[in-house]
Design a protein around this ligand. Structure first.
Ligand SMILES: Cc1cc2nc3c(=O)[nH]c(=O)nc-3n(C[C@H](O)[C@H](O)[C@H](O)COP(=O)(O)O)c2cc1C
Length: 149
């Protein structure tokens, strides 16, 4: 079944303030979030609250694009949703935006949450990527962003 996504508002998100400062966090940080089938956050852990700079109340109920960074190409998320909707696990390096406009990189793995044999949402685990992973993703995303938006 294809799910119609309504996680938009990206034009507004793309106009948000961003800074050139990276939030470099510790390697033992492990952010986690659970969303419904549409990418609306239903649960976050303390690490995600700390790194994103948003409160639990701001995160829960919001679309996961609350942390979207404007330099992330659309095709990365098209790939994410296509992969998840095909019932597969998605893993990727993502540049996210903190509430104050700083950015942080994550190595994100998203798995379907299955209840009574049905996918009811998605679980994301986010850890710190290596400098090499970041450099490769950064180069690729700049190219994709300029080529495709
Ligand atoms: C479990 C889960 C975790 C996600 N994590 C992120 C994330 O860390 N950063 C991000 O920008 N989008 C994330 N997304 C994708 C967003 O829902 C959204 O599709 C993306 O930010 C693109 O925004 P747009 O729909 O406004 O174009 C995640 C989606 C799911 C289902």
């Amino acid at each position: 079944m294809k799910i119609k996504l309504n996680t938009r508002g990206s034009s507004m998100l793309k106009n948000q303030t961003i800074t050139e400062s990276e939030y470099e966090y510790d390697e033992n940080i492990c952010m986690q979030s659970v969303t419904d089938l549409y990418g609306r956050i239903v649960e976050v852990n303390e690490d995600m609250i700390q790194i994103s700079g948003y409160s639990r109340a701001e995160l829960v109920g919001s679309c996961h694009n609350i942390v979207r960074h404007p330099e992330m190409p659309d095709v990365a998320f098209e790939d994410l949703w296509k992969t998840l909707q095909a019932g597969n696990i998605w893993r990727g390096i993502v540049k996210n935006r903190c509430k104050n406009g700083d950015y942080f990189w994550i190595d994100e793995t998203i798995t379907p949450v299955i209840s009574n044999g049905k996918v009811t949402g998605y679980h994301s685990v986010q850890i710190k990527p290596s400098h090499r992973q970041i450099a490769i993703a950064n180069g690729l995303y700049k190219h994709l962003h300029h080529s495709y938006g």
